[in-house]
Design a protein around this ligand. Structure first.
Ligand code: SF4
Ligand code: SF4
Length: 240
């Protein structure tokens, strides 16, 4: 098991909130160590970079990158990583020798994703993130998958699909000032469109899509270019 702690994944009013504040990042990092009952994580991850000047801010003297290095020196993290949604930012972090670990999103099968990753020059290790046993089994299937299952030629097509503005339910767009769980609302809309009855799941949400004020704050933060306001209107029409 590899423990990863994200610097800058914080919480505000009960909702996830990305922060570049160094003091706040450190406080939440120590909170993570306490909750996990550990003195260190294997990887301290600079969290969620979608634009270059955000990266430049974080790598300035006294920024989050310096904090990550200090945590390493204090023995609270072994390796330094970065989670990004943009190839140019990822490439720069690698070229500048900033990180040991790179975290990028993918929307393909675990087998194809892992096969692609392990096929790349310079990659010695791939760490699949799993949330339950079924996902772990899927990832481990890579070890015995057929060549056809491992064929990642369709990756390019998948990435074209990825830039179309589809929600991947990551909630990187939060916090929402009216406390809408944007990722979950989109997920329920998608499930409903696949024919599943998810009305009951929608009805227990803390806040409904119709509460959306159209402020657009989430759309500025969404790394996937999702039209959230339209998504909330769709959800309200569907479920309310
Ligand atoms: S709208 Fe964007 S940031 Fe928000 S959950 Fe969907 S993909 Fe993630
Ligand atoms: S546009 Fe709607 S969903 Fe997005 S942050 Fe504003 S109120 Fe929340």
């Amino acid at each position: 098991m590899i423990l990863v702690g994200h610097l800058g994944a914080t919480e505000k009013d009960g909702q996830y909130c990305k922060s570049r504040n160094v003091k706040q990042s450190e406080r939440f990092f120590h909170d993570l160590l306490t909750r996990l009952g550990t003195d260190y994580v294997d990887v301290v991850m600079l969290h969620n970079f979608n634009v270059m000047n955000d990266y430049e801010q974080a790598t300035k003297p006294g920024g989050q990158a310096d904090l990550a290095r200090r945590l390493q020196q204090e023995g609270k993290a072994r390796a330094l990583g970065i989670s990004v949604h943009r190839v140019d930012v990822a490439a720069r972090a690698v070229e500048e020798g900033l990180v040991d670990v790179l975290m990028l999103p993918a929307e393909v099968s675990p087998v194809r994703c892992l096969s692609y990753t392990l096929a790349q020059v310079g990659v010695s290790l791939a760490l699949p993130g799993v949330k339950d046993r079924a996902e772990l089994r899927e990832a481990l299937h890579t070890l015995e998958a057929t060549a056809a299952e491992q064929d990642f030629g369709m990756l390019v097509a998948a990435f074209e699909r990825y830039v179309e503005g589809e929600c991947v339910y990551c909630n990187h767009c939060l916090p929402c000032p009216v406390h809408i769980d944007v990722g979950q609302v989109h997920r329920l809309v998608d499930l409903a469109q696949l024919g599943q009855d998810v009305q009951a799941a929608y009805d227990v949400l803390a806040e409904r899509a119709s509460a959306c004020t159209g402020c657009g704050a989430c759309m500025e933060r969404c790394p996937f270019g999702v039209d959230v306001i339209a998504g909330m209107e769709r959800a309200a029409a569907l479920f309310e």
